[in-house]
Each structure stands twice: as C-alpha cells, then as structure tokens.
Design a protein around this ligand. Structure first.
Ligand code: NAD
Ligand code: ZN
Length: 369
C-alpha cells in the first residue's frame, strides 16, 4: 500500500478587499477590470434592484450582460434559479474567464456566489451588497448557497469573493422594514465584539434611521471589520465563527416555526433577547442592557412578540435538531459583557441546561418581557 500526500498550498489568493464608500457605483466596473484583467463580466441582480437607479449607475454605457432574478427574494433562492442562470451563461458562451458580479441583497449574493462556486468548477465573484443584511453580513465570509424544499441553504459552498464594494447610498431605496430588520445583525456584531460600536448605534440611531451617509459608512466599516476578523480566525466555522450565531439558535427556531413569515432580523432580535435572559439566569449580568436592547428594537419598530401560533414544543423540537447540536441539544453563544463574547476553555458555544432554556422560552411565549 502506498500513500501519497496531496499538498494544497495555503494561498494569499483568497484575500480580498472590502471597499466602503458612498456614491461610487460608477467607478466600480473600472476597478473590477483592473483587478480582474480580461475577464468577461456577468451581472446577477433581482427584479427589485433592477428597477432602482443603482444598476444603471453601476453599468453606465458598458456592454455587460445582466441576469435578473424574478421574483426577487427568498422564493427564488433555489436550485432551479441556479440552473436557469447557468443555462443563460452557457447560451451567452461564457467560460472560465468570467466573473459574476452580484448586485443585491443576501439572496442575490448567495445565489451569485453559488454560481461562482460551481460554474465550470469555479469562477471569480464580486459582491456589491445593497441591503443592510448583505452589507453587514452575507457579502463577507464566503458562505453561498440555495434552499431545498426542506431546508435553508441545503445546497452550498464556500466561495470567497475577489472583492466587495459597499456603496451605502444603495440603501436609500430599501424599504423601511427590510432596512430596520437588517440592522439587527449590526447590533449583534456590536454585542459580540465591540462595546464602543454598541454605544455608537444606541447614540446615533436617528442618523442611522435617517440613512445619513456618514453614519451608514461608519456602521458598514465596523460590520465588515468585525465579520472579517472572525472569518479570518475561523474561515470554515470550526469554532470561533460560531459567535456570529449569537441570538440565532432560538432566533432561527422562531423564524422556521413561523414558516419564514417573520423577517430574519425580527427573529434574531427575539433570539438576542433570549440570549440576554439566559445570560442573566446564568449570573452573567446585563440587566441594564436588556432594557436598552428592548428600547433599541422598539425604535427599529421590531415586534418582539413571538407569533401566537408558535408553541414551546415546536421551538424545542427545532433547536434539538440544530445543525450544531450535541446529543440533540444546541450550544449557545453568550456574551460575558457588552462587546465580549464568553469563551471558556477555548469554546465559544456553551451548554445551557434544558430547564433554563425552557424557562426562557416560557418567558418569550408569555410575551411578558
Ligand atoms: N452568506 C451568508 O453569510 C449570509 C448571511 C446572512 C444572510 N444570508 C442570506 O441572505 C438572505 C437575506 O438577505 P436580504 O435580507 O438582503 O434579502 P433579499 O436579498 O431578499 O433582499 C430583500 C428585499 O430587498 C430588495 N432589495 C435589495 N436591495 C435593494 C435596494 N437597494 N433597494 C430596494 N430594494 C432592494 C430585494 O429585491 C428583496 O425584495 C437570506 O437568504 C439569508 O440566508 C446569507
Ligand atoms: Zn443572521
């Protein structure tokens, strides 16, 4: 018997730059051409973004093919859309020297990234995120994929982009509910990693909600730095990357139990409150913070009431099947204080007794918090 080692060299090729600014869409194509000389460009967007001025602002007079995903949103985030996109690319005779440019929210970014991961075994991807979720979260970190009939992101791959361009002015056309719900991921970032950032959000919420460019640029830079630091430390979610799931264990369960009728951000806001109640029960403190958070979410017009149709049994059933559950019980990411995630013996996700979690779910369902 012989053993041959295949050594895949660690390469700097996976490094990429996130550019944050405002009103610079018209410069991006030139920058992409410089970064990826000779590549054929193929834009993927959706029917809502295609209606805004952003797409024209980006493409100008360039001759670039555009694929418009229709209908926009999660409904289309499935393998059939991927097949249609790849069929179109083949009809356009595109090859391995193509770079796809995602212009849109997380659904467009996840689909375009997945196309980039699988088309001819992988082509370059550029992300131009246009929602608060995509600018804070999905455009960075390389997770891509689409949903199956049964579960979210059932098909997926890691595919790091070659560059990310965050133009905060694109957020000005986003509807208010989406805009506000997406900010929950920013609050999550602040809670797990940066107390000063948390203070900034609390103190400048009016400017953020008025979509003032300076405030949006500030939060975009903070979000990208925090997410990038975590992803650099743990690109494939072996351990530390799990901290990005703060508030997501119970949040996801509620989102899924509602059949995705409530927005992800709203579910995560409830999940963050749940994590805070767990922290209090475990003696980690944070009594003042929980009141601040409720106020913050109220100001974002986020309803913290769990829909009446959702039962305790349903939530327990879903969390016991959590992807990262150990012996059918999930691990919880917790913070020891604002801006500092709890790490014990090198572990970032912690066992919390069933009794404690059940009490917290009772509190959530009683809607008395
Ligand atoms: N890959 C990751 O790491 C990661 C992280 C978080 C979320 N996600 C995924 O992201 C998706 C959610 O992303 P999302 O919240 O951005 O949703 P989305 O892409 O569906 O966008 C929300 C809505 O806003 C519209 N829209 C987007 N940009 C707009 C703009 N500038 N102006 C007007 N309308 C605009 C879209 O057409 C859509 O109707 C989910 O599928 C989730 O799984 C992925
Ligand atoms: Zn999230």
């Amino acid at each position: 018997m012989q053993k041959l080692k295949v050594k895949i060299p660690a390469s700097l090729a996976d490094n990429y730059t996130v550019t944050v600014g405002s009103d610079f869409l018209s410069q991006i194509i030139q920058q992409v051409k410089k970064l990826l000389p000779g590549k054929e460009l193929f834009v993927i967007t959706d029917s809502n973004v295609a209606k805004t001025k952003h797409l024209k602002g980006l493409i100008g007079k360039e001759k670039i093919s555009v694929y418009v995903i229709n209908p926009a949103g999660e409904k289309s985030k499935n393998i059939n859309t991927i097949i249609k996109i790849i069929d179109t690319m083949e009809k356009n005779a595109l090859g391995r020297d193509t770079a796809v440019i995602a212009v849109g929210g997380g659904t467009v970014g996840d689909m375009a990234g997945f196309v980039g991961a699988i088309f001819k075994r992988g082509i370059d991807v550029i992300q131009i995120p246009t929602t608060t979720v995509a600018q804070a979260d999905s455009s960075i970190g390389g997770k891509t994929g689409v949903d199956s009939k049964i579960s979210k992101n059932a098909f997926g791959a890691f595919k790091n982009p070659k560059a990310v361009f965050v133009d905060v002015c694109t957020l000005k056309t986003l509807d208010e509910k989406q805009f506000n719900a997406g900010l929950v991921e920013s609050i999550k970032h602040a809670l797990i990693a940066d107390a000063a950032y948390y203070k900034f959000i609390c103190g400048n919420l009016n400017d953020i909600l008025a979509r003032k460019t300076k405030a949006l640029e500030y939060i975009a830079v903070k979000n990208c730095r925090i997410k990038a630091d975590v992803v650099e430390a743990d690109p494939y979610e072996k351990n530390k990357r799990r901290i990005l799931n703060y508030g997501h264990t119970i949040g996801h369960a509620i989102e899924s139990a509602s059949n995705y009728k409530i927005l992800h951000g709203q579910a995560v806001a409830i999940g963050i409150i749940a994590a805070n109640i767990i922290e209090q029960k475990l003696g980690l403190g944070g009594e003042k913070r929980i009141e601040e958070l409720k106020e913050l979410f109220r100001n974002l017009d986020i309803d913290l009431n769990v829909p009446k149709s959702i039962t305790k049994k349903k939530i327990l059933d879903i969390i016991s099947r959590d992807k990262k559950a150990v012996q059918k019980w999930p691990r919880f990411v917790l913070i020891e204080k604002t801006g500092k995630v709890l790490c014990r013996d090198g572990e970032y996700a912690h066992k919390v007794e069933r009794k404690v979690v059940e009490e917290v779910i009772d509190i959530l369902l009683s809607q008395k918090y």
